[in-house]
Design a protein around this ligand. Sequence first.
Ligand SMILES: *[C@@H]1O[C@H](CO)[C@@H](O)[C@H](O)[C@H]1NC(C)=O
Ligand SMILES: *[C@@H]1O[C@H](CO)[C@@H](O)[C@H](O)[C@H]1NC(C)=O
Ligand SMILES: *[C@@H]1O[C@H](CO)[C@@H](O)[C@H](O)[C@H]1NC(C)=O
Ligand SMILES: *[C@@H]1O[C@H](CO)[C@@H](O)[C@H](O)[C@H]1NC(C)=O
Ligand SMILES: *[C@@H]1O[C@H](CO)[C@@H](O)[C@H](O)[C@H]1NC(C)=O
Length: 313
Amino acid sequence: MISLLLPVILSCLLSTVFAAPAPILTKRDNSQATTAVSDATIDGDFVRPAQFSRIAYCSTQAVTSWQCGEPCAAVGNVTFLQAGGGDGLIPMYFIAHDQDTQTIVVAHQGTDPENILSIANDAQFLLTDLNTTLFPQAGQGVQVHDGFQKTFERTADGVLSGVQNALSSTGATKVLVTGHSLGAAIATMDAVMLKMNLDPSISLTSTVFGLPRGGDQSWADLVNSNLGTSFTHITNQNDPVPTVPPEFLGYQHPQGEVHIVSANATGATQTVACPGTENDNCSDGNSLLHVDVANHLGPYFQNISLSSKACPF
Ligand SMILES: *[C@@H]1O[C@H](CO)[C@@H](O)[C@H](O)[C@H]1NC(C)=O
Ligand SMILES: *[C@@H]1O[C@H](CO)[C@@H](O)[C@H](O)[C@H]1NC(C)=O
Ligand SMILES: *[C@@H]1O[C@H](CO)[C@@H](O)[C@H](O)[C@H]1NC(C)=O
Ligand SMILES: *[C@@H]1O[C@H](CO)[C@@H](O)[C@H](O)[C@H]1NC(C)=O
Ligand SMILES: *[C@@H]1O[C@H](CO)[C@@H](O)[C@H](O)[C@H]1NC(C)=O
């Protein structure tokens, strides 16, 4: 994955370097002070989404049979409900019922290292109009990443009907949407779509990892107004992915960044919440000279690496 992702990342980073004067004019970054995130918040709110995002990297067969070894064992009493994609063109997603928390979980696989088509999706980084069929309340003028939206569209109908069926068949009233990398971009679009289409009484949380920028300022505003503080995007140390596509192409992150400043050999992390958007004290302030592509995979909390490494097959 790293070797395949690298050209995309480097081309984005190089364009940033060569276009250096532009971002200074268009930057809306902030440098508000960060606040420490407690271990209780990490354990209560972030570990489980990371565990589900890791499961999404296992094969469709392992996920549909819920025989995915340590990644499945880590989440305990969960019933698999539906999967889609996973056919080479579309990254896999699954819907499951987390009985311990009475939550319907939607998790999207990220950029598949063996799947150059998914990488090509990442490379289509032009902004395009938001699909207002899927986002009826969005209004005009919202622009998103063309490749992410095309990938999102291929599973959106299945995700919406699958979540509606799951809520009515289980009686759950909570939904968690998660994913890593490309899966984080799709999960963010899913979360806004679900918020607009599900009954307002449903409590929806979206926690994603290694999120690239997915759209323009209007898209960031739409994410903020629909999801508010229920949206969290977790960035790890010097991962370059959250800094692409660059801001000077018109891209902006929504609010809700939580940044892992450091992780040590015990799996413990020093983690901070980053107020506002594009906070210079978090991933937006990462130096282009200290990029670490391996940080994209993790470790997120408790040594969780977001890849197929822990999957049995
Ligand atoms: C945030 O950034 C500002 C400006 O660079 C700096 O003064 C401040 O100390 C930083 N705060 C934290 C908590 O890193
Ligand atoms: C899982 O949850 C279901 C439904 O709540 C329950 O029937 C079952 O006993 C639980 N299994 C375990 C291993 O806890
Ligand atoms: C919007 O997404 C749907 C998939 O749900 C697709 O059928 C339709 O063609 C898309 N609209 C546009 C304008 O691309
Ligand atoms: C690892 O980090 C945690 C939290 O910052 C700290 O309490 C612990 O002492 C560290 N352990 C080592 C071996 O550095
Ligand atoms: C993280 O990995 C280290 C080294 O392999 C291990 O000692 C530690 O127990 C792990 N921590 C957790 C929470 O799994």
